[in-house]
Design a protein around this ligand. Structure first.
Ligand SMILES: Cc1cc2nc3c(=O)[nH]c(=O)nc-3n(C[C@H](O)[C@H](O)[C@H](O)COP(=O)(O)OP(=O)(O)OC[C@H]3O[C@@H](n4cnc5c(N)ncnc54)[C@H](O)[C@@H]3O)c2cc1C
Length: 322
């Protein structure tokens, strides 16, 4: 079996950027996409804060551009999902859902995060029947209908505003009495006459009508404990994200599901690097993920150069300060 120089796991902004840099460095990288090509960007309607696009850019277009630029310099793309990794021996082993096994000298982990669930009755059963985690993907199905948005951060408000293009009314349900979203988004939301707000309230269950699709949410006011049913055609949930790190459990140092890195994107295993939201729950932006993908790729390049005339054990010992 041939040994890869570098395998990149994940096709979000961090992964494609790592592909761009490592392919331009002539490392012939292999990028394994995972189930969502483009990661969270593919779920986003419009991005206004990524430099170089003064008029904003749709998530779909940005993903296309990231992929094209990475492929232009030779990044090989595999449409597969990594199911198992073994970092205990070098070269490392990576196994995928479709049965491939790879050996590789270095790895860049960029598996990002996925939306958190409310974990209330009705949520799982009604996903795809009125419950959604992506306004861009599903907003169109709610033309002329009324929907609720659960959450109060940037994603919730941004997606809520987007949903007003389709829905006649978008009601934001938030457990506190003020939003966490940036001031500019708050201003736009408060000025949008299709948007309404229910404060200090949490959803207890999502309920179906006779047709098997969502027709109401049961709400509880956390200050008064009052419980009520609120009629709605759709429930959009934006309450944060969980890191996609389960396959690395026991292989690397992790905290709360996030891969731990130093400021150079090195994980606890020399030769394994991580970038983007899998190691960053603070900045969580396209621009910061792109920056971290760049750093991880440049460090992987340096690591591979060291390996050219030294053993893995020697390079690893030096990196761990032994
Ligand atoms: C609704 C919404 C709106 C947003 N709006 C903005 C915005 O306006 N501006 C902004 O800067 N940021 C925005 N963000 C945040 C931004 O999208 C993320 O910060 C960024 O995508 C993180 O990039 P990433 O590469 O770390 O991971 P992700 O984008 O999460 O990508 C992770 C990738 O890893 C893959 N993967 C996961 N597990 C595996 C596995 N086992 N094997 C192989 N592949 C795997 C996934 O399929 C995916 O391709 C938004 C996010 C959301 C959800």
């Amino acid at each position: 079996m041939s040994v890869e120089n570098v395998i990149i796991i994940g096709s979000g902004p961090a992964g494609f950027t790592a592909g761009l840099y490592t392919s331009r460095a002539q490392l012939n990288p292999l990028l394994i996409t995972g189930n969502e090509i483009g990661g969270q960007v593919a779920l986003t309607n419009e991005i206004e804060n990524y430099p170089g696009f003064p008029d904003g850019v749709t998530g779909g277009e940005l993903v296309e551009r990231f992929q094209k630029q990475a492929e232009r310099f030779g990044t090989r793309i595999e449409y597969d999902y990594v199911s198992e990794v073994d970092f205990s021996e070098h070269p490392f082993t990576i196994r995928t859902q479709f049965g491939s096994e790879y050996k590789t000298k270095s790895v860049i982990i960029s598996t990002g995060a996925t939306p958190r669930k409310l974990q209330i009755p009705g949520e799982e059963e009604l996903t795809g029947r009125g419950v959604s985690y992506c306004g861009t993907c599903d907003g169109f199905f709610f033309r002329g209908k009324e929907v609720v948005v659960i959450g109060g951060g940037d994603s919730a408000i941004e997606e809520g505003i987007f949903l007003t293009r389709f829905a006649t009314k978008v009601t934001v349900i938030h457990r506190r009495d003020e939003l966490r979203a940036s001031k500019i988004l708050q201003k736009r939301a408060f000025e949008n006459e299709k948007m309404a707000f229910i404060w200090d309230t949490i959803p207890l269950s999502i309920n179906a009508g006779e047709n098997g699709a969502v027709n109401s949410v049961t709400l509880k006011n956390v200050k008064t404990d009052e419980v009520s049913d609120f009629p709605t055609d759709g429930v959009f949930i934006f309450i944060g994200h969980a890191p996609n790190g389960q396959i690395f459990d026991g292989q690397l140092d992790m905290v709360d599901g996030y891969v731990v890195t130093d400021k150079y994107m090195h994980t606890s295993i020399p030769g394994v690097f991580a970038a983007g939201e899998i190691q960053d729950n603070r900045f969580r932006q396209v621009a910061s993920s792109v920056g971290q993908g760049t750093q991880a790729a440049m460090e992987a390049e340096k690591f591979l150069l060291e390996l050219e005339d030294r053993t893995y054990e020697d390079v690893a010992a030096e990196l761990s300060g032994a």
